[in-house]
Design a binder for this molecule. Structure first.
Ligand code: AMP
Ligand code: MN
Ligand code: MN
Ligand code: MN
Length: 360
């Protein structure tokens, strides 16, 4: 049933969803005790999708990854609309990078979620677009925007730039992607050596087996460390070995900011600074990044991203206006077992912004 404005105060599906939330809270006392007053009800994100389906997207989305908790206000909002009536998700992944679904399955999920405009933005890869072009894109009501998420490093930090509405055939972009993929291979060897020094030999072999389509990234090393029992889960692998500042955090190989923005622009696309809140920069540093980004031709930033607090979105909205950028919104969905982001269920863009998708 499409949303038609206003939240019904009580209906059957809403009550069932509320009951599910309560049951979860009972099971997860450990977590709920850590929550500041006024933030209940929260539940583990893995059941977001079930709840959202049950509640017709009316009640609850919880983001419980990367140590962040989202204020209830955020998920009590109606879903984001495209052209005033439909949903948009301009950031998500398939098995062509570190996502769990293949491209047709992701598109089917987007159709099920009634997403009108979707950008698949795999890391340093257009494989999903190539696959869909070869198999014939299904006509399921989802408008697919060619996209990519390019890795770069800025002042020693890993930063991601999303390219939207790019021409997948553009030669300069394709050459850039080939360069990034070679960099990824070199980097995988270095990560392997670094982890070996810590006592975990030959992780590259296992990581490669887990990486479909030849793409290899830190999440595949994380999966290998989990499988070996070194860490309990994906997040712990990043926290201890692969995340920012840890042994496996290698980003020197990536092309620089100006170069990746140039590839996107040359391919006729819009360059979007991905999830600015994830870099844990001070406000001053973030302004410097935005200065550099706009200086080299960046045109938009993600104001809303999956697993982001309401406070962060408000801060980013203000910066978006200050830097005169267009605003984007994407879940950064990676798959059903990575529960911190739910495809197409981002909260609304804060007011007073110009949405990047209006031009597509
Ligand atoms: P890579 O492209 O190899 O640098 O891997 C980057 C990917 O790893 C991101 O797109 C996320 O999917 C994942 N990732 C990065 N940092 C974290 C983190 N701190 N916790 C969990 N996953 C992370
Ligand atoms: Mn990823
Ligand atoms: Mn990213
Ligand atoms: Mn991403």
């Amino acid at each position: 049933m499409p949303f038609s404005g206003g939240w019904p105060r009580r209906d059957k599906t809403a009550s069932r969803a509320a009951a599910l939330v309560k049951a979860h809270l009972r099971q997860r006392q450990r977590h709920t005790k850590q929550l500041p007053a006024g933030l209940a009800p929260l539940l583990h994100g893995i059941d977001n999708q079930r709840l959202l389906a049950l509640a017709n997207r009316q009640i609850v989305a919880i983001f419980y990854g990367w140590g962040e908790r989202v204020h209830r206000r955020q998920y009590n909002q109606p879903p984001l609309r495209y052209n005033g009536s439909m949903k948009v998700d301009l950031h998500c992944h398939t098995r062509h990078s570190d996502g769990e679904l293949d491209a047709p399955a992701l598109l089917a999920l987007a159709a099920e979620r009634e997403i009108a405009l979707l950008a698949i933005t795999d890391h340093d890869s257009l494989g999903a677009h190539d696959e869909l072009a070869a198999s014939g894109e299904p006509d399921n009501g989802v408008k697919l925007l060619p996209g990519i998420e390019l890795s770069t490093s800025w002042r020693g930090r890993g930063v991601h730039i999303v390219g939207l509405n790019i021409d997948p055939a553009n030669k300069q972009l394709r050459a850039g992607i080939a360069q990034q993929q070679a960099a990824r291979e070199q980097r995988a060897e270095i990560i392997d050596q670094r982890l070996a020094k810590l006592g975990f030999a030959n992780t590259l072999v296992g990581a490669r087996q887990r990486a479909a389509n030849g793409f290899i990234g830190r999440p595949h090393f994380a999966a290998e460390l989990v499988a070996r029992g070194v860490v309990k889960d994906h997040n712990a692998a990043f926290k201890k070995y692969l995340g920012a500042g840890k042994a496996g955090d290698i980003k020197e190989q990536w092309a620089d900011l100006a170069t990746v923005v140039e590839w996107i622009t040359a391919a006729g696309g819009s360059a979007v600074l991905a999830h600015p809140d994830k870099y844990q920069l001070t406000r001053t540093k973030l302004c410097e990044l935005l200065d550099d980004f706009t200086g080299v031709g960046g045109t938009a930033m993600e104001v809303v991203s999956g697993n982001q607090t309401h406070a962060a979105s408000t801060k980013l909205a203000q910066l978006c206006r200050q830097f005169n950028l267009l605003a984007s919104s994407g879940s950064d969905y990676h798959g059903p077992s990575l529960p911190w982001a739910s495809l197409g269920n981002q909260p609304l863009l804060p007011g007073g912004l110009n949405a990047v998708w209006e031009q597509f």
